[in-house]
Ligand binder design. Structure first.
Ligand SMILES: [Zn+2]
Length: 177
């Protein structure tokens, strides 16, 4: 089921830490996963956490597709249940982020985060996964992981003067080629 309205910043649901998933093959867990996958695609986003569709479970998805704004190396659909970031690089980089829960992804701003991370989680079949990620995938994973702990990227904006509308952001990205 597509969730038509993504929960927006200001709603306390987004500030609460999500709960650990007890059973991966539970009907309820699988329903949340299906809704997340449908919704992230419907809204043309590249990542989404369960709290953004009003579910309190520690689940998020990433799918680095070509979207309206980005033409980047793609990455398949991945589902992360009870994820833990077990290592982060000392090196940090600044990348612009947006979020479906912040003005419907119409606001972009620079955020500093580790360049590379290692994440461990369960996938949708209950299999353990361990993934080293950098680039856009590494960035999206860290953004979604924060959602599970009730943190929105706006708390981490490095320079308020560099906030952009999605239209201006798109111009900037396009002009860089
Ligand atoms: Zn977000």
């Amino acid at each position: 089921m597509i969730i038509k309205e993504i929960i927006q910043i200001g709603n306390p649901i987004l500030n609460r830490p999500s709960k650990f998933v007890a059973e991966v093959d539970d009907k309820e867990t699988q329903r949340v996963i299906t809704n997340l996958v449908d919704s992230v695609r419907h809204h043309d986003l590249i990542g989404m956490a369960a709290s953004q569709i009003g579910e309190k479970l520690r689940i998020f998805v990433t799918e680095i597709r070509k979207t309206k704004y980005r033409n980047l190396p793609t990455d398949k659909l991945r589902i992360y249940i009870n994820p833990e970031i077990v290592w982060s690089s000392k090196k940090q980089i600044v990348i612009y982020e947006g979020c479906g829960s912040v003005a419907y992804a119409k606001l972009f701003a620079p955020v500093r985060r580790p360049e590379k991370i290692i994440i461990e989680a369960c996938d949708e079949n209950g299999n353990k996964l361990r993934l080293e990620a950098s680039g856009m995938l590494g960035r999206v994973i860290q953004h979604e992981y924060d959602h599970l702990n009730g943190i929105e990227f706006t708390e981490k904006i490095t320079d308020m003067r560099k906030i952009m509308s999605s239209e201006e952001y798109r111009k900037m990205v396009t002009s860089k080629g």
